[in-house]
Design a protein around this ligand. Sequence first.
Ligand SMILES: Cc1cc2nc3c(=O)[nH]c(=O)nc-3n(C[C@H](O)[C@H](O)[C@H](O)COP(=O)(O)OP(=O)(O)OC[C@H]3O[C@@H](n4cnc5c(N)ncnc54)[C@H](O)[C@@H]3O)c2cc1C
Ligand code: SF4
Ligand code: SF4
Length: 446
Amino acid sequence: MLDVGRHPNIELMAYCELESLAGEAGDFKAKILKKARYVDADKCTGCGACAEACPTPVLDLYNEGHAHRKAVYSWFAQGIPSTHAIDPDHCRVLTGKKCGICAKKCQAGAIDFDQKDQRVELNVGAVVVATGYDIFDPDKLPEYRYKALDNVITAMEFERFLSASGPTEGHIYRPSDRRIKAQKAAVLKKHAKSAKGLARFEKKYGMDSQAFVQGLEVSHDLAKDKDKWAAKAKNHGRLAEQLKILEEKVSKITTAKKLAFIQCVGSRDLRFYPFCSGYCCMHSIKEAIIAHEHDNDTRSVIFGMDIRAVGKGFEEYKVRGGKGSEITYKRSRVAEITKGDNQSPVLIYEDTTVQKVVKQEFDLVILATACAPVKNAPEVAKILGIDLDPYGFFKTDPANPLDTTREGVFVCGCAHSPMDIPESVAQASSAAARAVQTVIKAQKAS
Ligand SMILES: Cc1cc2nc3c(=O)[nH]c(=O)nc-3n(C[C@H](O)[C@H](O)[C@H](O)COP(=O)(O)OP(=O)(O)OC[C@H]3O[C@@H](n4cnc5c(N)ncnc54)[C@H](O)[C@@H]3O)c2cc1C
Ligand code: SF4
Ligand code: SF4
């Protein structure tokens, strides 16, 4: 990404949308919407001082909703360019309220609330579509209770949990346990605030609240304050009890040790996508190995119809996971997940080696969801004037596998079909070469 950002022949137009593509191969006219960032890209240094000071938290979708970002933000820390953007749906100023803290903090003077969307037109010789894929929605398989059970997550969510810059800083704390920690933090805050309220009465009457409550029956001549103090003291006691219970629960929280990976969630399934998504067996093995590297007590079971370790060194990697990282491979299609004790998911499956239905409890279940076409593929296809294949990926010519149905428009990576990173990178190079061929052909013809 850094190479792309620095390359003298590449102009990066991030935060932009293609609106139309007229003309023909070698001479296209692309209309592009440059969305207002409300941050001047020429001035912003990407220092992040604005985001640090911004008082508006927004659910962070890069972290799959398991963390919060600010209304002024960069999508992720290593993103290119590092220019920040203000989210117009949440920023206080842009939603008509008072704020402007970011503008005060930005030493570069980059904040510009008056910035407007712009439309630019580019003359381009060829187009490469690299819009990637979307995660299949596992809620379409109700038997896995993705939404109902906190501790059933997707592999993409787990990737964020494993990341040192993710919501759990690389430590695998379960969503249900993180919720308890958040509840404790919220009650602790309320408890501290109520202690401050009580302190005002204690100072005024020279008596601590416990002594006041114990002597309530004896009578105190405190006029109206008596009822107020009593109510606040009662509430404080209630918060203290809640806090004790939550502290007890938090003291028992450990990282997740027993992990279950379920393969082919939406893939190789005639109800959804009949194809194999290709990369999921390997990413589950990778995630289980990394989890074990983080914490040697971690044990993983990977449930699948078979493990598809196709490629140079992949089978060896699978075997290494089994021998060195406490991974068990179970040949089984999990039938159902139910809720056990302590929010732990219980898997019901047939163990084909003993031909028995088994119930097994895990700390966390990770679903390897299918590689689905991007949701807006139909709109993108319409703008580009190209066709989709029966699954919703961009249609290509079998004899020229990167060529779409419009001359001069090419496709690579998961926009083409499911594939891993090395394959996507190789295809991207080939698509770039096809684009260059188109440009050279047009130049020769003119
Ligand atoms: C959980 C998980 C773990 C994985 N781990 C590995 C791994 O360890 N190794 C590996 O090799 N592969 C892994 N993969 C597969 C890997 O993610 C893909 O191979 C790779 O991301 C494909 O790259 P891509 O550029 O084609 O698509 P993407 O990575 O999806 O990139 C497409 C980009 O296009 C943008 N975009 C979409 N629509 C538009 C539009 N209309 N206009 C402008 N931009 C648009 C998107 O925002 C996105 O940034 C994993 C996949 C998953 C789900
Ligand atoms: S807008 Fe200003 S404060 Fe924010 S990242 Fe850019 S330079 Fe830093
Ligand atoms: S104006 Fe306030 S809410 Fe909006 S981005 Fe700046 S600091 Fe955040």
